[in-house]
Design a protein around this ligand. Structure first.
Ligand code: MN
Length: 329
């Protein structure tokens, strides 16, 4: 399929590059670091070869979210966003930007988001899970201090991509002795799914019903589990023990979008389509941690209708990010 658009596509600046070390064996680091720094060379060539018209670019992980000093986090986010805006300006037909934000301080995050959307022309935001802030271990964005930030996200009418990061070691003893479970194997999905459920259950989407939150990796396992989350012990007639007004699947279906990043499996895609519908699923690769050819070859041939392929591959992204592109390439 020509004209595909991807929205979980990462880059690094020199000062965030080493955050991505350790996710591949040392012998692959030279290749991965090149892939992260490169924007206009290998990346663009692969996009051309595999029918990708555009990438919405975001900073690597965990970077800004893992900087405990708020001012430092703000400085790195600002530099990364300025750099990204320069790169987008060189090829706005092929690249658009998603903002990195210093979520350690919700006011600073809201201000930087405003700057990114209104001055730099970014299309949304991608945040790498919880933030580390001062002496507090992990801060999740369902907490009340973030609600004014969410109000700003809704007002600016831009999507918020909740991207994974690993749990902090002392907060995840279940992985002790099993480092292979960390990262994209399992811990990323677990961490991000729980964060997404916290957002749903908090009542955030009752207060701000137009929020759009994006999850990668075909929903971090949630499509497979949403029915059980809402229906366990259904013979017990007691109200749910969370503040939100509705069943959580209703928020999942109304406020969430899912991407195919790093999860190129037709069975899993079909399950996600049956839970949220083809209008809420968007193609992505997770470059440079996954290959563009692996994503594209799978997606172009996967057994779904051509109408759904066009939506997932392109037109859903055009509409969600207001890209102003025609329906077909
Ligand atoms: Mn990613």
């Amino acid at each position: 399929m020509k004209g595909k658009i991807g929205l979980e596509e990462h880059f690094a600046i020199e000062e965030t590059l080493l955050d991505s070390a350790g996710f591949v064996p040392d012998s692959y680091w030279e290749e991965l670091s090149h892939r992260l720094i490169d924007i206009h060379d290998t990346r663009l060539r692969l996009m051309d070869q595999h029918g990708m018209e555009m990438m919405l670019l975001s900073l690597n992980a965990p970077t800004v979210q893992a900087i405990a000093d708020t001012r430092q986090a703000e400085a790195v986010a600002t530099r990364a966003n300025d750099y990204l805006a320069e790169q987008v300006a060189k090829r706005p037909d092929r690249f658009q930007g998603l903002a990195a934000l210093p979520m350690q301080d919700p006011d600073l995050a809201a201000r930087e988001l405003q700057r990114c959307v209104k001055e730099l022309g970014f299309r949304g935001v991608l945040v790498n899970g919880f933030s580390q802030a001062g002496d507090i271990d992990a801060v999740y964005y369902d907490l009340k201090q973030y609600w004014p930030f969410w109000a700003e996200v809704e007002k600016l009418d831009v999507p918020f991509y909740l991207h994974p990061r690993n749990p902090l070691p002392h907060m995840a003893p279940i992985y002790d002795g099993h480092p292979w479970l960390l990262g994209p194997t399992w811990a990323f999905a677990q961490e991000t799914a729980v964060h997404a459920l916290r957002l749903m259950a908090s009542g955030l989407f009752d207060q701000y019903p137009r929020l759009a939150v994006i999850l990668g990796h075909l929903g971090e396992g949630l499509p497979y589990n949403m029915w059980r989350i809402d229906n366990r012990n259904a013979w017990v007639k007691a109200p749910p023990r969370y503040p939100a007004k509705k069943k959580l699947c209703e928020y999942f279906q109304a406020n969430f979008y899912l991407t195919t990043s790093g999860n190129f499996r037709t069975q899993t895609l079909i399950d996600a389509m049956l839970e949220v519908g083809a209008d809420r699923i968007l193609f992505s690769t997770d470059w440079p941690f996954e290959n563009v050819d692996h994503a594209a070859d799978w997606f172009d041939g996967t057994s779904i209708s051509e109408a759904d392929r066009l939506k997932i591959g392109r037109t859903n992204a055009v509409a969600l990010f207001k890209l102003g592109l025609p329906a077909s390439a």
